[in-house]
Design a protein around this ligand. Sequence first.
Ligand SMILES: [Cu+2]
Length: 121
Amino acid sequence: MTTFSSNVRIATALAVAVLSAAFPAASALAADTEVKIDHHAFIPQRVAVKAGTTVTWINDDDVPHTVASSTKLFKSKALDTGDKFSFTFTTPGAYQYFCSVHPYMTGAIVVEAATGGSTAQ
Ligand SMILES: [Cu+2]
């Protein structure tokens, strides 16, 4: 009976095709990330990204806000409506930040080690 084993082979080929299609999508998700500022809040308030990701904050609110690292790693100028601020996170860790105009506005960027680092030895 060759039909059974050829069906298995087809199923395996399909599974491989589905898996390899899934990985480019996963790395697309790890690409640059946006955080909105609206209604006196960072949205989403907590974001997990891979090392090397550039995070861009966009002020969608109708008052100025800033993006200020709790450890002074980065700080934006006052962002008016529609203004953007970007920072690239290269080192894994948890980065707390807040709005210096409204210190009760807080957020966090959690940077995870980039996957597939074995190619860099
Ligand atoms: Cu603010």
